[in-house]
Ligand binder design. Structure first.
Ligand code: NAP
Length: 246
């Protein structure tokens, strides 16, 4: 039985049990949306749903490991059964893979894990829920990327030129940026707007809480891109202040 008869927007945020994803769920929930908390661990998922609900968010748990085909399929089935559609997908889940990623010495298992999660995970989950997004009146996909993935910003003169060299996390976000453009290209006549977001350097488990910004500040750009009007941009890259270079 489809319970979504009241026309409220339905969103799924992957990796929403903590960090920026949790705050994206809170931000979308504050708009009165129904928010699926995608998380791979049952206890962490239940805890996040409980605390979000205590904040007034209409949150529900969605078991989801983005590296697992069956898990992505089951998540789509849960949404199909409960709502019959999905309006907004925020692909937020990612791993850093540790910070020993110098290209000349990197462990290939690290590269595989990071790409499997940060890139293939996005394609896997997006494709699983795409039929549901096609049924929405205002479908949006937000891919949580990072400015470090920008060629312009990672090169000699860019903002991130001083970061340690990385053959895993940084290229995973470059790959994700390209995937974002390619989805936007394929879906250009469907009304599905697909954009990449950079939350800025936020203190989370991903970076051992080294970032100066809060996860809630990092969530702002995702909420902006989730709520774009029908004539909004697609296939572009933003932080909360505007467009970023590729
Ligand atoms: P975080 O605190 O480490 O949270 C990452 C989330 O992803 C967690 O919920 C984690 O779940 C989940 N996750 C990881 N692998 C998963 C999998 N296989 N299946 C499902 N969920 C999985 O990181 P964050 O800083 O909030 O990062 C959120 C997004 O922002 C990421 O895409 C990141 O690359 C991007 N970003 C962050 C920063 C920053 O400064 N923090 C800057 C630029 C971009 P578990 O709890 O189960 O591990």
């Amino acid at each position: 039985m489809n319970e979504n008869t009241n026309g409220r927007t339905v969103a799924l945020v992957t990796g929403a049990n903590k960090g920026i994803g949790y705050e994206i769920a809170a931000g979308l929930g504050a708009l009165g949306w129904q928010v699926g908390v995608g998380a791979r661990d049952g206890q962490r998922r239940d805890d996040a749903v409980r605390t979000l609900r205590a904040r007034g968010v209409d949150a529900f748990g969605v078991p989801l490991d983005v590296t697992d085909d069956e898990s992505a399929k089951a998540a789509a089935e849960l949404l199909a059964e409960r709502f019959g559609r999905l309006d907004v997908l925020v692909n937020n889940a990612a791993v850093a893979g540790g910070w020993e990623q110098q290209p000349s010495t990197v462990d290939l298992a690290t590269v595989r894990l990071v790409l499997e999660t940060n890139v293939l995970g996005v394609i896997r989950v997006t494709n699983a829920v795409l039929p549901l997004l096609r049924r929405s009146a205002a479908p949006r996909i937000v891919n949580m990327s990072s400015g470090v993935g920008s060629f312009a910003l990672q090169s000699d003169t860019g903002d991130y030129a001083g970061l340690p060299a990385s053959a895993a996390y940084v290229p995973s976000k470059t790959f994700l940026n390209s995937v974002t453009v390619q989805y936007a290209k394929e879906l250009s006549d469907t009304g599905i707007l697909v954009n990449a977001a950079c939350p800025g350097h936020c203190g989370t488990d991903l970076n051992n809480h080294s970032g100066p910004r809060t996860p809630a500040q990092g969530a702002v750009v995702a909420v902006q891109l989730a709520t774009l009007p029908a004539d909004g941009p697609t296939g572009q890259f933003f932080n909360e202040d505007g467009p970023l270079p590729w």
